[in-house]
Write a new protein. Structure first.
Length: 138
């Protein structure tokens, strides 16, 4: 598990004063990119090595709203890693109270720069091993 902390910006809220639902997907991405950096294999390095990792599915379940100027902690778990896909799970919690606000999951595949499917274990064993060691099945 990796924790990523961020403060909510006013512009991320809607007319009701809550963080707009679409922003949670952005929060997940920020936290996932931070996870990769902290794991020692930042996303730009993967791209420089000719591999991209697009989202193939994503889900988000809203428990309680987040408001401006709340600070949230986004816990990121790598729950599975195969040679063709990986899955992350997210928990958005209020930084002050620890209250769970939102949960989510994203699944990613590996593609070459030209768009072909990549067996990451074969094409980039260093990346595969780095992230396989991060799998946390919680």
């Amino acid at each position: 598990m990796h924790a990523y902390t961020r403060r909510v910006n006013y512009y991320e809220t809607d007319k009701m004063g809550m963080v707009h639902h679409s922003n949670y997907i952005r929060y997940f991405e920020e936290a996932r990119i931070n996870f990769m950096e902290e794991s020692g294999y930042p996303y730009p390095r993967l791209e420089e090595e000719g591999i991209i990792s697009p989202v193939v599915s994503i889900s988000c379940e809203y428990k309680r709203p987040v408001h401006y100027p709340d600070t949230v902690v986004i816990n990121v778990y790598l729950v599975s890693m195969t040679k063709f896909r990986c899955t992350f799970r997210y928990e958005v919690k209020d930084a002050a109270t620890g209250e769970l606000r939102t949960t989510g999951q994203s699944q990613h595949c590996y593609l070459s720069a030209s768009g072909g499917i990549v067996n990451i274990q074969k094409e980039n064993p260093a990346f595969f091993e780095t992230f396989l060691s991060q799998v946390d099945g919680q």
